[in-house]
Design a protein around this ligand. Structure first.
Ligand code: HEC
Length: 358
């Protein structure tokens, strides 16, 4: 066993971090302590923990989200939304995550280096935004001639349609390949990440409505921004009347021991006469149980969190409102907005809760 492992360990870690023998011992210990229960001691995917889906066999090179040390580091840090694979960014230090990533490389088949083509965009330490035609997300789902991708440094990509702004899906892995750099409009995008979460089955309703959910609003794109965090700005419009201006930025949420998901932060500014914006309140969904005692990052101000039965087991939903008047009833959250007034709203979803601290 030892002899069989040691060769590939030395070969592959030279590529990665070139840790010394001592580091390798540490890396292996970290793997055995934190990962082997699901992935198996040899990385064959046959751990002792019973899971509703198999953990990856690293030996077979089952890496959907990239097999380079950098890609593995991201997956290990962030976790995989909607799966039992939680993020380790708070339980392992950065150095430990690099070590364990280098160790996982050694468990897989040898890496054949792919020469990165110029057309492939990779996200480094700042988010990237690209626009273009988005292919269908799956059977029965349309392509979106006007789409936008936000690549987060965590390895997660947020996929939006922007003809009427709506978050469609989360992907994980590489960012995007462009088949035409110079094309203006109609540029086809090829998202490289694997879809890990479809928002409302990939055909989401608009987030904001009027009349407690009865009157739909259009979210008309005004622009996009990629600074330290990426954002979209749009106008909420009914007919020719603009009701509010919205600045939305999505982010990745990792609740220690609970699971990985995403949040959407909204800066709303009232434009027209006073209005009551409504949105679906998932924390009031059927079967919801309060989760107020969970420590959920990203929510600030008055907040609600709840565990809700979902197709994949249990989901965690939450929201918070800062500087605003709000109420909730019959599954709807209502925000009151005066012209010129700013309200900060955050929505949070962990599609599949892995386990709950007792
Ligand atoms: C609670 C069980 C569990 C634990 C503990 C766990 N994993 Fe996972 N891991 C999974 C499952 C399940 C998947 C497959 C998720 C999917 O694709 O749906 C996975 C996927 C992965 C992947 C993704 C491979 C790909 O497709 O690119 C990597 C890398 C990984 N795990 C590394 C680790 C490391 C390193 C540790 C320890 C620090 C660890 N995991 C701990 C369950 C676990």
């Amino acid at each position: 066993m030892r002899a069989r492992l040691l060769g590939p360990i030395l070969a592959a870690t030279c590529l990665a971090l070139a840790p010394g023998a001592q580091d390798l011992e540490r890396a292996k210990k970290l793997f055995l302590a934190n990962c082997a229960s699901c992935h198996g001691e040899t990385g064959d995917g046959k751990g002792t923990t019973q899971l509703d889906r198999p953990a990856r066999s690293f030996q077979d090179g089952g890496f959907s989200f990239g097999n380079t040390p950098e890609a593995l580091f991201k997956t290990i840090s962030t976790g995989i939304p909607g799966s039992p694979m939680a993020g380790f960014d708070s339980s392992l230090s950065e150095e430990e995550r690099h070590l364990v990533a280098a160790y996982v490389v050694t468990l897989g088949p040898p890496i054949t280096e792919v020469k990165e083509e110029d057309m492939i965009l990779a996200v480094k330490d700042k988010p990237l935004v690209v626009r273009g035609l988005l292919p269908s997300l799956g059977e029965g789902l349309p392509e979106h001639p006007r789409g936008l991708l936000i690549g987060d440094p965590s390895g997660i990509t947020f996929e939006y349609r922007v003809d009427d702004v709506r978050l469609l899906a989360l992907r994980q892995g590489g960012f995007v390949k462009r088949s035409d750099w110079t094309g203006r409009g109609g540029t086809a995008l090829e998202p490289l990440g694997k879809v890990v979460h479809l928002v409302e089955g990939g055909k989401p309703q608009g987030t904001f409505t009027l009349g407690a959910g009865t009157i739909e609003l259009e979210a008309r794109l005004a622009g996009s921004n990629a600074g330290k965090k990426a954002s979209l700005s749009y106008h909420l419009v009914r007919g020719s009347r603009e009701l509010a201006h919205v600045e939305e930025s999505p982010f990745v949420v990792n609740v220690d021991g609970v699971g990985t998901g995403y949040g959407r932060s909204f800066e709303l500014t009232g434009v027209a006469a006073k209005c009551h914006l409504a949105l679906q309140d998932q924390t009031q969904a059927a079967g919801a149980r309060s989760a107020e005692d969970l420590d959920v990052p990203g929510l600030s101000g008055a907040s609600m969190t709840a565990l809700v039965p979902s197709g994949q087991g249990t989901a965690l939903h939450g929201f918070s409102v800062e500087h605003g008047r709000w109420s909730r009833k019959n599954g709807v959250l209502i925000l009151e907005l005066e012209p010129g007034e700013h309200v900060h709203l955050t929505l949070l979803t962990i599609p599949s809760v892995t386990s709950l601290p007792q």
